[in-house]
Design a protein around this ligand. Sequence first.
Ligand code: MN
Length: 754
Amino acid sequence: MADYNSLGLTPEQEDKYIDNAFHEVLNGYLNSNHRKKVEIIKRAYAFAKEAHKGIRRHSGEPYILHPIAVAKIVSQEIGLGSTSICAALLHDVVEDTEYTVEDIEMNFGKKIAMIVDGLTKISGGIFGDKVSAQAENFRKLLLTMAEDIRVILIKMADRLHNMRTLGSMLPSKQYKIAGETLYIYAPLAHRLGLFAIKTELEDLSFKYQHPEQYEEISQKIRETEGSRGAVFKDFAAPIHEKLKEMHLKGYTMTARVKSNYSIWHKMETKHVPFEEVYDLYAVRIVFDCDADANEKAICWNIYAAITDLYNLHPSRTRDWISSPKANGYRALHLTVMGPDGNWVEVQIRSKRMDDIAERGFAAHWKYKIGESDEESELETWLKTITDLLKEPGPDAVDFLDTIKLNLYATEIIVFTPKGDMLTMPKDATVLDVAYELHSEIGSHSIAGKVNHKLVPISYKLQSGDQVEVLTSQSQTPQPEWLNYITTAKAKTRLESALKKQRKRISEKGERIVEQIIFDYSLENPNEFISKLMALFHLMTRDDLYYAIGSGTLEITENTVKSLCKKSNSLLTRIWPFSSRSKKEQTEAEADEEKLSTMKPAIDMKKTYVLRTENGVHNYRIATCCNPIPGDDVIGYVDDKQNVIVHKMDCETAMRIKSSFGNRLVATRWEESPLVTTSLATISIEGIDRMGILQELIHEISTNMAINIRKLDIEAKEGVFAATLIIRVTDASFVNRLCRQLKRIEGVKLAVRTS
Ligand code: MN
C-alpha cells in the first residue's frame, strides 16, 4: 500500500481506501483453511470503524487502519482464525473509545470479549515510568497469555504494526519503543517460535536504535550481492541435479542472508568486521511431500546427497527433527565446505516444518493436527511460566530477569535414568536438573552421576547426557549455589528455599536471645537487643538473629554484663546459661585455654596465618560457607579473640565487611615446609546397595576440611570399589576418616593405599 500521507484523499475516497484495506484481510481469510465465519468478522469491522470514527494516528491516517493492519498480520502472517481477527479489529476499542468490555461481550460473545479485555489490560507499554511497573505488566501479560495464547499473539501483531509505522513518531519515543521491543517482544516471539516476526522486530529495533550502522550493513549486503549470488550458483548446481534424481514432489533451494541485526550482533559479540562474518547466509531447502510421507527419512536422504558432494563439518550437524527445539522448531542442519572454501550452513525442512519455523505454533492450526508433540511442548512452556508466577512472592524485578534468562537461552536435551527427556537451557548444571525435577531434590542434592560418573552439582551438562541426582536428607541449600544455576525455575526455587532457611536460622538466633534474656532476667529486653545491634553494627533485628543463629556471633557473659552495666539494668542472675550443661561449659573452656596458649594476641595489622598443630586449629571454620584449606578466606575476630574464617565471597562475610570492618583480619593458610599437604589415596570396597553412594559422599562431604582431588566409584555385580584421593596435612586424619567410612553399613574395606 502506498504511503497514506502522499495520497491526499477526499472523505469518500478515504472511506473506499479503508474498505479496500479491510477486504484484503477478508480475502486472505477466505483463502485460508479456516472455517468461513465471514459474518462476525464483518460485524467486528463495522463496530470498530464506528467506534474509532474521526480519530487519526500520528501519521494522519484514520485510526481504523491500525486495527485492520493488525488483523491482517494476525490472519496472514501468524495464521490465526476468525476469533483472533475479530479481537484484533476490536483490540483498541475498549482502551480508546467509550465502549466497554460488556458491550463487546454482548455483541461478539465471551471469548472475543475476554481476549480484548486481556489486550486492554496489558496495553500502555510494558515499559512504564517505573521498573517495577514494567515487571508487573509483564507478569500480567504472561498470566493472561497462559489463559489464552491468542492474547499474546495479537499483542505481538499490534507491536509489529507499531514498529512498521514507527517512523511517524517523535525520535525520543522511537528510541524507547525500539528498546522495549528488543528487550521483551523479540525474545518472546522467539520463544513462541514466531521466527519471521522475531527477525523483523529485531531488525526494526536495530534500525531505529542504530540508524547509521543499520544503513552501513544494508549497503554492504547490497554490494556483495553479486559475488554471493555467483558462489551460490556454483554451490547449488550439483545439488539440484541430485535432488532431481530423488523425484521429490517439489522443492525450493534458496540462499537466505542473515538479518541486519544478527550480522551486527555477530560483529559486536565476536569483534569482527563485516567482511569476516563468514556465515553471512544459509542455504535453505524446503521440500513438498504428502501428509503421510516420512519427512525425517527424506531430510536424511537429502543430507546424504549433499555430503556426497561436499565435505561435512564434523561437529555442526543439528538434528532438530528427532529432538525439536522447545519452541517447536524442526529441521536438519548441516555445515559443509563450499566451492570457495567457506563453510556454508544448509537447512533442510519439509513445507510443514518450514511453516512452523516461520509462524510458530499458530501454524499447527493450519494443519489441524490436534494432539501433537509441539503443542505439548508449548503446554510445558506455559506451565513453566505459570509455575514461576505461582511461586510465593517473587520480587517483580527479579522476575523479569528470570524470564529473560529463559527467553534468550538456547537449549540442550538431557535424560533421566529412566529415559525421560528434559529440555534445559545451554550451560545447565546438575543442580538445575535437580530443581527442575523437584524443589526438595534440588535443596537436598549433594552430587550428580552424569553418564554414570560421579560429578559435583555444579557440573555443566552437555546435550545427550544422562543425569542422576544424588541427594541426602542432611543437605541444605547454600547461597553460593546461585552461581551454579541457569534456569529461571531453579533460581526461583533455590531463592525461596534460601529464604526459608534464613528464616529458620533467624528463628534459632531469636530463641538464643530470648534464652539469654530469660537466664539473666533482663528487665528491658528491647533496650538489650538495640544495644546488641549497635555493638555489632547490625541494622535490623533479623540481621542480629541471623548472625547469632548461624554462629557468626556469639553472645558471651562478658558481652551481657558490659551491656547491662552501661544501662544500669539489674542483673538478678548471672551465668552460666541454663541451655548449656556444666560439662559442655568446661569442655568449651578447656578448648579455649588450649587455643589461647598456642596463639599470641592477634595483631589486626598483620596477616594471620591459619595453622593446624596436633590436629588443633588456631581458627574456626564459619558454618555459613565452610571454607576448606586453600580457599580464599578472610578472618573475623570475635570477642574471645577467636579467628573465624569465611570464604572471601561468602554472603555473611560481605555483610561483616560492611559493618565490622575493624574486626576483620587478613589471613593466609600456613605453608610451612614441615606440614606441606600430601596426597593420600584411600581404597573403599563394599557391597553395593541402594543409597550407599549417597551415604559415602555425605560422610566425605560433611568432613568439610577435606580437599578432594578425585573420587572414582565403580559398581559391578553387587559390589563396588571406590578410590578417593584427598589432600591432607596429617596422617591421623586419614585414619579417622577410614574409621568413619567403615561405620557405613555395607562398607567392607576403607584403607589408605598410598
Ligand atoms: Mn494497537
